[in-house]
Design a protein around this ligand. Structure first.
Ligand code: BGC
Length: 774
């Protein structure tokens, strides 16, 4: 049994250290300790640290962890994560009685001028760091070395900013600084539970070429998040500049979409062999412009390092349509790049914020691709803390909410102190997606208080009509028909959207309260849901026609179950007409997009859903892929068909929200669904449609691997399914016939009759022992 670290308090022996230096300068704090006993006697050594800022710690010149950008971004005012690294092997494997500890401290998110470069939002003027190393020896004695006034502070020759990039001078050279002991509110400290940020793939250039104006450009073939790393030797003092961008415009680096983010790294050569890796910043890019490289850029010497929070890949989907497969790949890359410590809108421009609406739209899709349980749980703890402390106890538009410190010029404001549908509904919809995917009751209980606050704040903007029609709304944000400069000007009436969202949230809150045994609350939310539904129908629905009559309002009314028959059928037919009339081009924004294919497939319009999915003209899900996209774009037309970049102020090429169709692809095309939370029961129900002749889906659920392969040959539909041991399930064939699934691999088939399903002819053909399953 390994000994338990003798640390009773959180960084109790450590002082927080600060040093005055110019803003972007990275400060190094260091000390040399003498070990009490020989290194061979060390049985356990842990280094615990955190910072207001971001830090890197090393012992005897070696990093203590592979994780980067620690302590990550949380709602720092109430929650500051500390990390504990096991450094036993590192210390025991070293030599000598002296021990060198170094800590680099950079701005990171804490003092990072976040929230649009022009808004200069940050948490404070002072960055600081604390660390303690606790060593246990074989004789039971312990030794602690902790940050204190005796540590040396110096300028490190490194400068860094998340938006603007990092500068590293390999010639070394330090400037002496004065160590100042400071302190923070230590009640904010907690042991990190969310996954750390790590390096993942290493990508090599797919091309190095010269732009029309003579600049050297490197294409990494994939829009990614991380940084460029390289090793080379050149003249001492030579500066190499790397600029980053997601796209090319006129053959040059397209930096306009980055707005105020310079996204530029600078490296100054020492004259020897240098390896540069800017780990105190990150960029969203596919292309890098390299300036100052001695001679021709050597493609073997330069690489892109992909960085994101640790998440296991759990889902896979493949089908007969390569563009849909690329859409799923783009969604996966979008998730990687935007699950970096917090779920962000985008990773490249002067924003990179935890916009709540984006993850509200995307959380269900995210849970089919990666295990998001710990990552999103951590973020929801921040959401709860922010909401409990926000004026009016509303869910902020961004979590962590650094925007509350923003100093916008020109009187620009955001709807601060009123609840906002979709964005605020993240407090309910993200826990709902987690509950569905993982079925963790304790976590649901910890997410429940923020659901309550959201509903209470939304209720304040419900007018006597019972509609959520007061306050500010972002509505069906980025409706493709909205003008580039006014993304909230959607076809869908914002109060119809808000009222539908309120119904969905009140309904899930009812379910959550029931699960948690909160009977009084359950009755309260059930009442709210019922009155909201009644008001919606009374004011917005006329014989199945929903007010503002556009795809988004039908998508929400149907998918959220706001309509009774015969209105539901009428609404489904009207939605299908609208979708057909638009030539299968997408007409929905953030609110409607995750639900439009669901609403079609749930009302008998599967063919239209497939045609919408498979459309290639702009705007559509596949259009960006025909333009070479490798991530999901913020706008349906972030790049216009003529290759120019959308003129709007917000034009990211890595925004996951509109990729929220992935959830429907995995469940309806792929056929893998949770019949009970956490896949305690599985339902396999693929619905084939025109344009796709086979699909293979794999999902590593909390209870094991579920797989489903189907194909259509003429009018014959064949399926092979496998469930984890001991997990009950059912198979619903496209002809509607149910089959109870038993352990092992099961195959079945039925006959399809054109687009409609006719004869019910299915059977379970064989069962094989679980050991031979896929
Ligand atoms: C972000 C969006 C976000 C929106 C809300 C944008 O700048 O990039 O994704 O949800 O603002 O206002």
């Amino acid at each position: 049994m390994s000994p338990t670290p003798p640390i009773a308090t959180e960084l109790g022996s450590a002082h927080f250290l600060a040093a005055d230096s110019d803003r972007d300068a990275v400060v190094r704090f260091r000390t040399t300790g003498r070990l009490d006993r020989p290194r061979a006697d060390i049985v356990l050594a842990t280094l615990r640290a955190t910072a207001h800022g971001i830090y890197e710690a090393s012992l005897d010149g070696q990093p203590v962890t592979e994780s980067v950008l620690n302590p990550g971004w949380t709602a720092y005012e109430w929650r500051l994560a500390y990390q504990t690294f096991d450094v036993t092997a590192q210390l025991a494997g070293g030599s000598g009685a002296d021990l060198r500890i170094e800590l680099l401290l950079a701005n990171g998110w804490y003092r990072g001028d976040l929230g649009f470069a022009r808004a200069n939002a940050n948490y404070g003027d002072e960055t600081c760091i604390a660390a303690e190393l606790v060593i246990t020896y074989a004789d039971g004695s312990t030794q602690t070395i902790a940050t204190g006034q005796d540590w040396i502070a110096e300028g490190s020759g490194i400068r860094s900013s998340l938006y603007n990039g990092q500068t590293i001078d390999a010639r070394g050279g330090t400037t002496p600084l004065v160590t100042r002991v400071t302190d923070i509110d230590r009640t904010t400290l907690f042991a990190q539970s969310a996954p750390p940020v790590l390096r993942h793939e290493i990508l090599h250039p797919t091309a190095v070429f010269t732009s029309p104006t003579g600049r050297t450009l490197v294409d990494f073939g994939q829009n990614l998040v991380g940084w460029v790393r390289f090793t080379l030797q050149g003249e001492e003092g030579q500066e190499i500049v790397i600029r980053h961008a997601e796209v090319l415009e006129d053959g040059e680096l397209g930096t306009r979409p980055l707005r105020g983010a310079e996204a530029t790294d600078r490296f100054i050569l020492s004259g020897g062999v240098d390896t540069f890796e800017p780990t105190l910043t990150f960029h969203g890019f596919r292309y890098a412009e390299v300036e100052g490289w001695p001679g021709d850029v050597d493609p073997d010497a330069i690489e892109a390092v992909v960085v994101h929070s640790r998440m296991n890949r759990i889902g896979a989907f493949e089908c007969s349509e390569p563009l849909v497969n690329q859409l799923i790949q783009n969604s996966i890359w979008g998730q990687k790049g935007n699950f970096l410590s917090v779920p962000t809108d985008c990773p490249q421009r002067d924003e990179r914020l935890g916009w709540t609406g984006d993850i509200a739209a995307y959380a269900a899709s995210a849970a089919f691709q990666f295990d998001t349980a710990d990552f999103l749980d951590g973020w929801l703890q921040d959401l709860r803390a922010e909401t409990e402390h926000t004026e009016g106890r509303i869910v902020p538009l961004t979590v962590p909410d650094v925007l509350k410190y923003a100093n916008f010029p020109d009187g620009f404001t955001l709807p601060w102190h009123r609840a906002t549908a979709v964005w605020g509904d993240a407090a309910v919809w993200v826990p709902q997606a987690l509950w569905h995917a993982y079925g963790d009751r304790d976590r649901l209980a910890s997410h429940y208080p923020a659901m309550v606050l959201h509903l209470e704040s939304a209720e304040k903007d419900v007018s006597p009509t019972g509609l959520w029609d007061l306050g500010n709304q972002l509505g069906d944000w980025l409706d493709p028909d909205s003008p580039p400069e006014d993304p909230a000007a959607a076809k869908a009436d914002p109060s119809v959207v808000a009222t539908a969202c309120l119904y969905r949230s009140a309904s899930f809150a009812t379910e959550a309260a029931e699960i948690l045994g909160e009977e009084v609350d359950a009755a309260r939310w059930r009442r709210l849901a019922e009155t909201t539904r009644a008001a919606f129908n009374e004011h917005y629905v006329n014989q199945g026609i929903v007010f503002s009559d556009c795809a988004t309002v039908y998508a929400l009314a149907i998918a959220f179950d706001l309509l009774d028959e015969p209105d539901r059928t009428t609404a489904g037919d009207r939605l299908a007409d609208l979708v057909r009339d638009s030539g299968y081009r997408v007409t929905t924004g953030f609110a409607g997009t995750p639900f439009v294919t669901w609403a079609l497939s749930e009302t008998g319009h599967i063919d239209d859903a497939y045609r919408l999915l498979l459309e290639r003209e702009c705007p559509s899900w596949l259009y960006p892929i025909t333009m070479g996209a490798t991530t999901i774009w913020e706008r349906w037309d972030s790049m216009l068909p003529d290759g120019t970049v959308n003129a709007g102020d917000m034009t990211s090429f890595n925004h996951y929200a509109l990729g929220a169709v992935a959830d429907w692809i995995y469940q309806v095309v792929g056929g893998v669904r949770a019949a009970e939370p956490g896949y305690a029961r599985v339902r396999i129900q693929p619905v084939p449609g025109p344009g796709i002749t086979w699909a293979r889906t794999r999902l590593e659920t909390p209870r094991g691997l579920v797989s489903c392969d189907w194909q259509v040959d003429g009018d014959e539909f064949t399926i092979v399914v496998s469930l984890p041991e001991g997990v009950p399930g059912e198979l619903i064939l496209p002809d509607g016939s149910p089959t109870r699934l038993v352990e092992g691999e099961v195959s079945a088939h039925c006959v399809l009759d054109g687009p409609r399903i006719a004869r019910a002819r299915s059977h379970q053909s064989w069962t094989v022992p679980s050991s031979s399953r896929l």
